[in-house]
Design a protein around this ligand. Structure first.
Ligand code: S3P
Length: 166
């Protein structure tokens, strides 16, 4: 099986759905943010604070290329689609599943979050424009798009499996 990348905006449930999908398919799951945190011994917030977003993006691209050598589920940070290099890499090496979700539902999960530097101290409008700017990139990157807005984790996993097999 080629790698399955889960992409989507912050709060879309990539990590949760990735774990459930991994259990159902009996495949390992890799999370780019967690691997970066482990590799550098720092939280994502600390990395943004100490080195800045650009440096984080370089780490993210390097890591993406390291993990796709294995087959499994890869849950990604919401900004993975920002570079052409990452988008092409994911499409070339695996299935890319976009977990689409209405901004209002995302915001319910994100509001007040202290762990995400691109949400912390930002107003709803600012985060919403980030979402709107990125939407075409998620759609362009995806080989499969799934609307998760009113679905449970199990329903989403069922649909992913069905679409992967279809
Ligand atoms: C980011 C999303 C985060 C994390 C970092 C930047 C983004 O991951 O990679 O804070 O640019 O959207 P999640 O999507 O898992 O929150």
């Amino acid at each position: 099986m080629k790698p399955v990348f889960l992409i989507g905006f912050m709060g879309a449930g990539k990590t949760t759905i990735g774990k459930a999908l991994s259990a159902r398919l009996n495949k390992p799951v890799y999370d780019t943010d967690q691997m970066i945190e482990r590799k550098y011994g720092k939280s994502i917030s600390q990395i943004f604070e100490l080195y800045g977003e650009q440096e984080f993006r370089k780490m993210e691209t390097a890591l993406l290329k390291e993990i796709t050598e294995k087959s499994g589920i890869i849950t990604t940070g919401g900004g993975i689609i920002l570079t052409n290099e990452n988008r092409e890499w994911m499409k070339k090496t695996g299935d890319v599943i976009f977990l689409q979700c209405d901004f209002s539902s995302l915001w319910e999960r994100l509001e007040g979050d202290h762990t995400r530097p691109l949400v912390y101290h930002r107003k709803k409008d600012e985060v919403e424009s980030l979402y709107k700017n990125r939407l075409p990139l998620y759609l362009e990157s995806a080989t499969i798009t799934i609307d998760t807005t009113d679905k449970t984790v199990e329903e989403t996993v069922d649909e992913i499996i069905r679409r992967l097999n279809g």
